[in-house]
Design a binder for this molecule. Structure first.
Ligand code: NAD
Ligand code: 89V
Length: 339
């Protein structure tokens, strides 16, 4: 499988490392408008073909998959370019600038018969995966309540300065992952209410969001996110879980401790992520999930299955982001059918 990667910035370094660890996958070309970033990545990962313009990359071809690791404004034009050239597509989150673009991107790739996966990796973190599997195996009976919580004071702006500049911040950038975890655990959502705050005066967007979700299967979940939480020890970038079911409870507590209780029995497991040679703490949790989602994409190509976070699937997660902002703005519950 030959891959071209577009966008050699902060996060793409993880994607490039992960591709090196996946059997049968090879990154054969890189593209970035920033020549310094382009040549630094080409040198570090020994990739000969480099481009500053995506149009020229596609015109030269010679790859089966494009991995789009740019920020959101370029996602739609690059996905449409990929569709025009008939290659499989992976696109970073947030998928699009708005629902209209997201739907157009899904339609464009659907017409080619190629796969489109959104790089929505948090549900692939091994601790989250352990919880998903326990729930799907019926370990606590039928869930009726869930809380998916991400509260941190970590300085994300030093690595990703653009996050301080957008009108939208935490729901679009981080909450999108936490909403997607809630969908992976409890299924699709029928309505959502959201409240937001901005605590850090140095940024433009909201850095605290509290969301209440009603799922189609009648589960209620609370999705809460904060980058204004000064807590020691710092839990970045862990998502914590509290789930109650008809037969028991599941908790994923700080330090990757997964506890299942049922019928008076308690079982606690350490579900810490591995630390790959190219990874570093505390990011190793996210870095592992990058490798797992990229491996999942390769597996889907081999079997012909749709990726869990296909473009079509991600319309639901991205729709929740849009609905949460609408709810916060208009101080009301939003039905997902409105989006
Ligand atoms: P970045 O700004 O560091 O890197 C983006 C790169 O893309 C830049 O080098 C820029 O020059 C290049 N670029 C932009 N438009 C281009 C175009 N049209 N053609 C060629 N090159 C272009 O950004 P980042 O922090 O690496 O974030 C990239 C994406 O990854 C964002 O959408 C972000 O939300 C996402 N991200 C995801 C995770 C995750 O866990 N899934 C973590 C961090 C960032
Ligand atoms: O996933 C992301 O996009 C990152 C981070 C986890 C730091 O919020 O911005």
């Amino acid at each position: 499988m030959k891959i071209a990667l577009i966008g050699c910035g902060f996060f793409a370094q993880n994607q490039l490392h992960a591709w090196q660890d996946i059997d049968g996958a090879e990154v054969v070309a890189l593209c970035d408008r920033d020549e310094a970033r382009l040549s630094a990545s080409a040198q570090a990962f020994e990739i000969a073909r480099t481009y500053t313009e995506a149009e020229t990359l596609f015109a030269d071809g010679g790859f089966d998959v494009v991995d789009i690791a740019t920020t959101v404004p370029s996602h739609r034009p690059l996905v449409e370019l990929a569709a025009k050239h008939g290659v499989h597509v992976i696109c970073q989150k947030p998928f699009a600038l708005n629902m209209q673009d997201a739907r157009a991107m899904v339609a464009a790739v659907k017409n080619t018969g190629k796969l489109l996966m959104v790089h929505e990796n948090f549900r692939w973190q091994s601790a989250i995966r352990a919880a998903i599997e326990a729930l799907r195996a019926g370990a606590i009976g039928a869930p009726f309540f869930g809380r998916v919580s991400f509260r941190s004071g970590y300085d994300v702006f030093s690595g990703q300065p653009y996050l301080a500049e957008g009108e939208r911040f935490i729901i679009e950038d981080l909450g999108i992952h936490i909403l997607d975890i809630s969908r992976a655990l409890f299924g699709d959502v029928t309505r959502i209410s959201a409240m937001t705050r901005r605590i850090n005066p140095a940024i433009k967007g909201e850095d605290v969001a509290t969301m209440l979700l009603h799922h189609a299967n009648d589960v209620t979940s609370v999705v809460d996110c904060s980058y204004a939480t000064q807590r020691h020890p710092e839990t970045f970038p862990e998502s914590l879980l509290e789930i109650d079911g008809t037969e028991g409870t599941l908790r994923l507590d700080a330090g990757y401790q997964l506890t299942l209780q049922r019928g008076g029995q308690t079982e606690t497991r350490d579900v810490s992520p591995p630390l790959f040679p190219w990874a570093s703490k505390p990011w190793h949790n996210i870095q592992e999930s990058v490798l797992l989602i990229q491996q999942h994409f390769v597996d889907c190509l081999r079997t012909g299955a749709q990726p869990e976070t296909s473009g079509q699937d991600n319309l639901q997660t991205f729709g929740l982001v849009e609905a949460a902002y609408l709810s916060a703005r208009e101080h009301r519950t939003v039905e997902m059918s409105e989006i």
